[in-house]
Design a protein around this ligand. Structure first.
Ligand SMILES: Nc1ncnc2c1ncn2[C@@H]1O[C@H](COP(=O)(O)OP(=O)(O)O)[C@@H](O)[C@H]1O
Ligand SMILES: [Mg+2]
Length: 394
């Protein structure tokens, strides 16, 4: 069972590439579902068949689904958030800080993740292709399970304890009395999202594929996306370079071909050793299964569109002479965008506008950071045993 996510800038051909890959796989006998989490639903247009919120058969072995975001989750989450904000504000916490502590994850993203999980674990499919929203939304989506974990470990228990303790008091005030079922619902959600993350970062199963067009702005964004996805622990398995002008024609076209050639070189160098699949600019929109199958066949050629990249630890801890090295894959990251902060048992890694809070493995908790280096797409943070920390804890 394989899970393949497609993302990239708006309009580059994510939906088309997802549908084409799914069509190709179904044609080879795999029971395939292509599911769109992009609120701008165009999957049905691409496959030229009506789709709904449940998997619908498009052709033998090929199913499509457009997830409909539901607002119900957002409502219950709002209830929790409002409540926590009130409580935190009453306990003297600055309302701005309180608001930040209770940020609301997007309801659409949560629903999309839960639906993808339901399909992946249903046992119905050999392949689930996820046509994601444009990059920024996808990254928000993929960072969500971990961000919520952070929240659940820190803020939630406090909120719940406070809620319990204050119930008798609250009953006599105008403050709302929180419902246990609200907390229970959030806890269940947390467990489910942890599962989603485990599924989507499973090296034996899931990969992300970047779609781009050979244009400078698009390529720059795709490079940053590779860094961000790696930061969050997702595996990128290749790049689809779409709308490549075929050589020949007049001077106007020759100009485009030359400009694209420069960008394609940049793409190959940037993303090596990942495969870069080229898909030509077609004479018309690739709509319908026949067109999509042609798109897929042309892009992938003789390569296997479902091959898994070589197994490689995205994060590892090794022993060194002086302590430990924690290494994290951060391909294409720029030193100037990188920031590292040690906070208790956590290491906060920031790259540009993206941040990941890493819980340190237990061996590193009693060590101090002794150095950090970024080279060849890998961040290495060195730790040395800290005698103070050793003796401080029994
Ligand atoms: N290689 C191609 N040649 C011609 N038209 C294409 C090609 N790839 C995509 N398109 C068209 O471009 C538009 C945007 O593609 P789409 O897959 O919907 O992009 P995204 O999902 O990234 O927003 C669609 O009308 C699609 O049919
Ligand atoms: Mg799309």
């Amino acid at each position: 069972m394989r899970v393949l996510l497609f993302t990239g800038k708006g309009g580059v051909g994510k939906t088309t590439a997802s549908a084409a890959t799914a069509t190709l796989a179904a044609g080879r006998g795999l029971k395939t579902l292509v599911v769109s989490t992009d609120p701008a639903h165009s999957l049905a247009d691409a496959v030229d068949a009506p789709l709904g919120p449940e998997p619908t058969e498009i052709d033998g072995g090929l199913y499509g689904q457009q997830i409909d975001a539901q607002r119900s989750f957002e409502r219950s989450w709002r209830e929790v958030q409002d409540y926590l904000m009130t409580v935190l504000a009453r306990s003297g916490i600055d309302p701005m800080a309180a608001e930040e502590l209770t940020v609301l994850p997007g309801a659409e993203e949560v629903m999309a993740l839960l639906e993808v999980r339901a399909q992946v674990t249903s046992g119905r499919w050999d392949l689930v292709v996820v046509d994601c929203a444009p990059t920024a939304d996808t990254l928000r989506l993929l960072a969500l399970p971990e961000a919520l974990s952070w929240y659940m470990d820190r803020v939630f228990p406090v909120g719940r304890r406070v809620a319990r303790a204050m119930r008798p008091v609250l009953a006599r005030t105008a403050l709302p009395v929180p419902q246990d079922r609200v907390f229970a619902a959030v806890e269940r959600l947390h467990a489910e999202l942890s599962e989603v993350r485990a599924l989507l970062t499973d090296p034996q199963r899931s990969t992300v594929r970047l779609v781009l067009t050979p244009e400078a702005v698009v390529v720059a964004e795709a490079r940053r996306t590779l860094t961000s996805l790696s930061l969050y622990g997702y595996r990128v398995d290749g790049v689809v370079a779409n709308r490549v002008f075929p050589a020949g024609g007049d001077a106007w076209r020759a100009g485009w071909v030359a400009a694209q050639a420069i960008q394609l070189d940049e793409v190959r160098q940037s993303f090596a050793p990942l495969p870069v699949w080229l898909s030509p600019y077609r004479a018309g929109e690739p709509v319908g299964l026949e067109e999509l199958a042609a798109f897929g066949a042309e892009a992938y050629g003789a390569t296997d569109p479902l091959a898994l990249p070589p197994a490689r630890e995205l994060m590892s801890v090794t022993r060194t002479e002086t302590g430990f090295d924690l290494a994290l894959d951060l391909p294409l990251a720029d030193k100037r965008d990188l920031d590292l902060v040690r906070k208790g048992d956590e290491l906060v890694v920031t790259v540009g506008s993206r941040r990941r809070v890493l819980a340190l493995p237990s061996a590193l908790r009693r060590c101090a950071v002794s150095g950090a280096a970024l080279a060849e797409g890998r961040l290495v943070v060195s730790f040395a045993p800290d005698p103070e920390q050793w003796s401080a804890t029994p």
